[in-house]
Structures are given as C-alpha cells and as structure tokens.
Design a protein around this ligand. Structure first.
Ligand code: ADP
Ligand code: GLC
Length: 489
C-alpha cells in the first residue's frame, strides 16, 4: 500500500472541548473523517483549560525553546481521543485562562492575542519543517483561519525541506490585525512587511500572511470561494485573492453525523427520522414547555441558533418579528453577541410573552432541541462562508429560510426556482439584503407549513441529502495529494 498522507491540522478550537462557532465543529469532525479515509492526521491545538480537564495525563512529546522575539518557550503534549491524536500546545501563561479562547472577561480581545496565536502559528511551522524536534513530519500543513495563518510566513523564511501548506478560510471577516510593532515580537523578518507580504494598510494581518504565503487556499463552500474574490465580500483582500484565483477552491463542509442525528440524539426529547416525522411534534412541545411558549400546535415554531452579529442578518428578524408573530407564528431564539441586537430581540420578546422566547447564551443542548423542535429555521445571513446550522436543520426535518449567499446558496433549494428545484426543494431562499425580503420568505415558509403534504416533501428532501464529511474528506485528500506530488522533486 502507498504511504499514507501525513497531515498536520492546526486549529485554534476543536469541538466538543473548545468551540465558539462552526470552526470548532469542523476541527472536531474533519480530522476523524480524514483518518477514516486513510490519512495520518495530527491535530495541533492550544492546551486550554477544557482540554486539560479532558486530558489531564497528556504525555510530554517535546520541550521547545523560545523561538525568538517575545515568543516564549513551550511544551508539546500528546493525547489520544479515539483514533484522533491531539498535539497540545502547552504554554500556561497564554492558554490556561477561563472564558473564551479569544476574548477577555471584559468582552475585548485578549491583549496578547498576537503572541498567543503567533506562537501557535510558529509551532505549526516548526513541526512542518526539518527543524522539528519530532520524527514525524507532515506532507501537508493544514491551517484554519487567522489564528494559524502566520505559519506559511514562518515556513517561507525557513530553509530546507518542509511541508506544503494550505489555509482554509472559514470567515474573511476575521483577519487578525495588529500594529506593525508586533512583527519584531513575533520574530518575523522586516521584509515580509509589504503589500506583497503580510502588510495590510499599515498593519500586520495574520490572515493576509496565510493568503499570500500558503501554497494553496480553500474556503468552506464553492459559492464563498467565488464571493471572496469580489469587493463586496473580499474584505479588502479580493485583489490578492483574484491574483491567486487558480489556487483557490471551495470545499463544502460536512456535519458531524454522530453528534447531529435526529434518530439517536440524546439531547432531544423524542428521536425521529424521515419515516417518523410525526414524532417531531413531541420535540416542538418540549421546546415550547422549556421556553415558556404557549401550547399552540396549529401555529408553526420558527427557530434561530446563532451568533448575534451583523453577519447573521438577525437585525432583520428584530425589525420584522412583530409582523412574523402576527402571521401567526412563534419564534425561539438562542444566541449571543452584539449587545444592541441581544437587547432588540429581548425587548421584542418581552412585549410578546408566550409567543417569542429569546435565550442569550451558548447552550449546546438547547441548540439541538431547537433544531429538532422548530418547524422552520431562520438564517438570513448577509454572508455565510458555509454555515452548519442550515445543514443541521435540513437533517432534523426543519426547513431553513436563508439568504442566497455562500454555503447557504450551495445547500438550500427554494421550491420557486423552476421545475427541477420543485422536486429537490428543501427550504426557502431570498436574494435581497433587506428586512422585507427576509419577511417575505418567512411568510412563504409559514404559508407552506399549513400544506402538510408540501411541507413533508420539503422535510424529506432535506433529510435525504447526504451532508456527511465523507465527500469533503475525499476532496481534501485529492488536494493534499496534489500538493504532496508538487513537492516531490
Ligand atoms: P458560525 O461559525 O459563523 O457561527 P456556523 O453555522 O458554521 O456559524 O456554526 C455555528 C455553530 O455554533 C453551530 O454548531 C451552532 O449550533 C453553534 N452555536 C452558535 N450559537 C450558539 C449558541 N448560542 N448556543 C449553542 N450553539 C451555538
Ligand atoms: C465560520 C463561518 C461559517 C462556517 C464556519 C465553519 O465561522 O462563519 O459560515 O460554517 O466558519 O467553516
């Protein structure tokens, strides 16, 4: 048998231990799918408190000297979770902190994020080069988002044999921007501080370093791969991305079929599948009871689970909630984020007791319960690199209402788009960036819900589609093989 591909997968978060959004889910599910497809994968992630608790006996692999600048010495530990080997970056002063991986208790970024994720990037690059203290060398270094994106810059300035690098962009809106002075702290040579490098309007951009220096770039859906090459969604880097267009591809994320399976989800009230959709009603009743919503089975329940940020378009929900409730419908929101948006949604809920419930916070169990219990799911994102929640919704027989952008456009089919889409329709899609367009699509969903046969067809179409990680894993393997082959003299 041919040598297996050896992949070092570097990530700032990994489900189920450390997760702030979809990136955590991807890091928790893609590596196991790659291993199942025959690759050797090691996952590099900081040794956060949750990982310490989960793996208190992680074994010491290497003590690593201070890499220069203000970057400190650190240790690399190894732990095993099933088939998955975790390489834990142990630097307690940086990573042994409570709360979010990125935010201090006051809600602002940790003041030393440049050094923290500079160190993560630096160690990823070290392990991918001939200077690695370990015997195991990857063929490909696979990086996720800005927090690991400095690694290709470090690799670029590392002499000798090294792994090929690929950066996956999960969200162009997060760029890791820092003052120019951090360059010396990060022990990077001054010559990389230029437009043909990691300089971005006078600042250091971690993301730009990845986009400029990585051998290849992927993003998490085919549509988003095109969108980031336009001024509207390139966040100032579309020019660079257009220049690198031949190196950009979009690979649609999968979802974790073990964690998100309505037929056997321990977090929901009543398991169900496409042949037993009547059982979904028990989940709806359970959500209503938990959230204090009126027991009105003749009214559809619309669910939201989301970060509450500009990206997600939920200000349109705040704006039109009164009219949506009058359709009539009920609304259940779980999320956290912008204080103003949280307040706007909470205020609307307060004036509609029993009809709209807003829960501010992060609650994995409630997320599953809303996916299972809601009749339809609302995800009106202004942009959405991939989006996992609409895929969870499709799998849970909860047709999503989405805007036609990024991964939403690649996964949700509206019944109104011609004869072919009639047969494969699984949700509702609107185009315009406006509260009115969102309201119109939501009203269409509510009207359709009253037609039981049509609704069942939408539900079954969504549930029949395969969103497992198998396809994505094969696409990544093809990409890794191509990168590896290009390295061999
Ligand atoms: P993004 O990564 O942009 O936030 P995704 O749809 O890719 O969007 O992934 C979001 C992930 O985070 C999903 O797994 C979703 O269930 C979860 N999530 C978001 N907000 C919450 C919340 N308040 N409570 C529980 N899970 C949440
Ligand atoms: C980002 C994006 C989201 C995507 C997730 C995982 O957080 O906002 O659309 O699904 O990453 O790739």
């Amino acid at each position: 048998m041919a040598d297996p591909l050896r992949i070092l997968f570097a990530t700032p978060e990994i489900a189920p231990w450390v997760k702030t959004g979809g990136l955590g889910d991807v890091a928790g599910a893609l590596p196991p799918a790659l291993i199942a497809a025959g690759a050797q994968v090691h996952v590099l992630v900081p040794y956060y408190p949750a990982l310490r608790t989960a793996f208190p006996d992680a074994r010491l692999l290497a003590a690593i000297d201070a890499p220069g600048g203000l970057l400190p010495a650190c240790r690399l530990l190894e732990a095993q979770s099933g088939e998955l080997t975790l390489w834990l970056l142990d630097m307690p002063a940086m990573f042994h902190r409570g709360g979010s991986p990125y935010l201090a208790p006051d809600g602002g970024d940790w003041s030393d994020n440049a050094l923290r994720f500079g160190l993560l990037s630096r160690i990823a690059a070290l392990l991918a080069s001939d200077a690695s203290p370990l015997d195991w060398r990857p063929d490909v270094l696979h990086l996720q988002d800005w927090q690991t994106a400095l690694a290709p810059a470090y690799l670029h300035f590392t002499p000798g044999p090294k792994a090929a690098s690929v950066i996956t962009v999960h969200n162009m809106a997060f760029q890791g921007l820092f003052p120019a002075a951090v360059l010396a702290d990060l022990a990077l040579p001054p010559e990389c501080f230029q437009p043909e490098g990691l300089e971005f309007w006078g600042q250091v951009s971690f993301l730009k370093a990845g986009l400029h220096y990585a051998d290849t770039i992927t993003t998490v859906s085919p549509t988003y791969a095109r969108e980031i090459q336009t001024p509207a969604l390139g966040f100032g880097m579309d020019g660079l991305l257009r220049r690198r267009a031949s190196q950009i591809s979009g690979i649609l994320n999968g979802i974790d079929y073990a964690a998100w399976n309505p037929a056997n989800d321990p977090l929901i009230a009543c398991p169900f599948d496409a042949d037993h959709l009547d059982a979904k009603a028990a989940n709806t009743a359970a959500v209503r009871a938990r959230l204090g919503l009126a027991d009105e089975p003749h009214v559809p329940l619309l669910g939201v689970v989301s970060r509450l940020t500009h990206q997600k378009g939920l200000d349109w929900l705040a704006e039109t909630a009164g009219r949506i409730l009058d359709l009539p419908a009920q609304i259940a929101v779980l999320g956290s984020g912008d204080a103003a948006l949280e307040k706007a949604l909470e205020d609307t809920a307060a004036t509609h007791p029993g009809r709209m419930a807003v829960t501010i916070g992060f609650d994995e169990a409630m997320a599953h319960q809303i996916e299972a219990g809601a009749d339809a799911f609302l995800m009106p994102s202004r942009f959405e690199p991939c989006g996992l929640n609409q895929m969870y919704s499709l799998r849970y027989g909860t047709p999503p209402v989405v805007r036609a952008t990024g991964g939403l456009a690649d996964t949700v089919v509206d019944p109104g788009n011609g004869a072919r889409s009639k047969a494969s329709a699984n949700g509702f899609v609107f185009e315009d960036e406006s509260a009115e367009a969102f309201f119109e699509a939501t009203a269409r969903a509510v009207a359709t819900w009253h037609n039981r046969n049509r609704w069942r067809r939408l539900q079954r179409n969504g549930m029949a589609r395969d969103f497992s990680w198998r396809h994505a894993a094969q696409e990544y393997l093809t990409l890794y093989r191509r990168l590896k082959a290009a390295r061999v003299p």
